[in-house]
Design a protein around this ligand. Structure first.
Ligand code: IPM
Ligand code: MG
Length: 353
């Protein structure tokens, strides 16, 4: 198969980790007889430095013409002045919206080899395996804003159709897994959440009677996620709740450095990125964990290119590397020598069969 992949390294550790994922994809192409053509473009702070814009038109055009986009991370202290006219994060929000990527899939599982690395009791974590489906192009992230010296507003808005499309996707996913979907909202306070709950309940009853649907309020969900993480299978929620709950859920996986994500719309194109940020504190030192980005490349193969065997091969190689104790500093225990970024990538490449 031939495929065009746009790589957006972004800022901080972004260039280091995307380079590893590209090497893995190149090895997959070679082993399985595919031709992946890579094009690299600027986004975020790096793009602001070069052009004044967080998402330059040339970057967006390249993404529109591609089969898939692999992104590192954006942002950093250099661009964090609250008075700055443009922030790196705007580039990320703009590309998600421009490509219509409304469903953000964030799988969270606990690998047996890192059970004791998480700050949560190992017995609670054994067998954790869930997918959070986060709505990605609506809600408070994209509502009207206002700001004067002493007053600020951020509007949270959702339409019925915005809720329907992401919830349907979550139901379909649940159907293919354990047939259990938890929808998270704040329906005791917010009108957007009451609409969310109404739409989800109706779609469940009419279209997915075989899926068990449960509603949870976001505050109590934050607690349940830590108290009984094994019980969850597919979780669907709105944009900001999903942002917050998935950082929390990363504690279940032992490190934020292990969690990939896929952002999908109606078409083939998707955007694949680790859920962690640009980690400016360790940028340029070659010690970042590349596994989340490598696992995002696996999701790219699965969801945008339909290459399931290739995706599974990458996931197995990362899993085998973890079983072999190939840990970067974020997961290594005191006294153990941690691998650097390149060594971790090599550990995966060596196990890619
Ligand atoms: C994420 C990030 C982004 C978000 C930021 C960088 C804008 O936290 O992908 O989870 O809030 O969506
Ligand atoms: Mg986040």
């Amino acid at each position: 198969m031939q495929a065009d992949i746009v790589v957006l390294p972004g800022d901080g550790i972004g260039p280091e980790i995307t380079a590893c994922a590209v090497r893995v994809l190149q090895q997959i192409a070679q082993k399985f007889g595919h031709e992946f053509r890579f094009q690299t473009h600027l986004i975020g702070g790096a793009a602001i430095d070069a052009s004044g814009e967080a998402l330059p038109a040339v970057t967006l055009d390249a993404c529109r013409g591609a089969d898939a986009v692999l992104l590192g991370a954006v942002g950093g202290p250099k661009w964090s002045d609250p008075k700055a006219p443009v922030r790196p994060e705007q580039g990320l929000l703009a590309i998600r919206q421009a490509l219509g990527l409304y469903a953000n899939l964030r799988p969270v599982s606990t690998h047996p080899a890192v059970l004791d690395r998480a700050p949560i009791k190992a017995e609670l974590l054994q067998g954790v395996d869930m997918i959070v489906v986060r709505e990605l192009t609506g809600g408070i992230y994209f509502g009207k804003r206002s700001r004067t010296a002493d007053h600020a507003t951020d509007e949270c808005a959702y339409s019925r159709s915005e809720i329907e499309r992401v919830v349907r996707r979550a139901f379909r996913l649940a159907q293919a897994r354990r047939g259990y979907l938890v929808s998270v909202d704040k329906a005791n306070v917010l009108d957007t959440s009451r609409l969310w709950r109404e739409v989800t309940t109706r779609i469940g009853a009419e279209e997915f009677p075989d899926v068990r649907l449960e509603h949870q309020l976001v505050d109590s969900m934050a607690m349940h996620l830590i108290a009984r993480p094994r019980e969850y299978d597919v979780i669907v929620t709105e944009n900001m709740f999903g942002d917050i709950l998935t950082d929390e859920a990363s504690l279940l996986a032992g490190s934020l450095g292990l969690l990939p994500s896929a952002s999908l719309g109606e078409g083939r194109i998707g955007l694949y990125e680790p859920i962690h940020g640009s980690a400016p504190d360790i940028a340029g030192r070659g010690i970042a964990n590349p596994y989340a980005t490598i696992l995002s490349a696996a999701l790219l193969l699965r969801h945008s290119l339909g290459l399931e065997a290739e995706a599974a091969a990458i996931e197995k190689a990362v899993s085998d590397a973890l079983y072999a104790g190939c840990f970067t500093g974020d997961i290594a225990v005191k006294g153990q020598t941690a691998l650097n970024t390149e060594q971790a990538a090599e550990a995966v490449l060596a196990r890619l069969v």
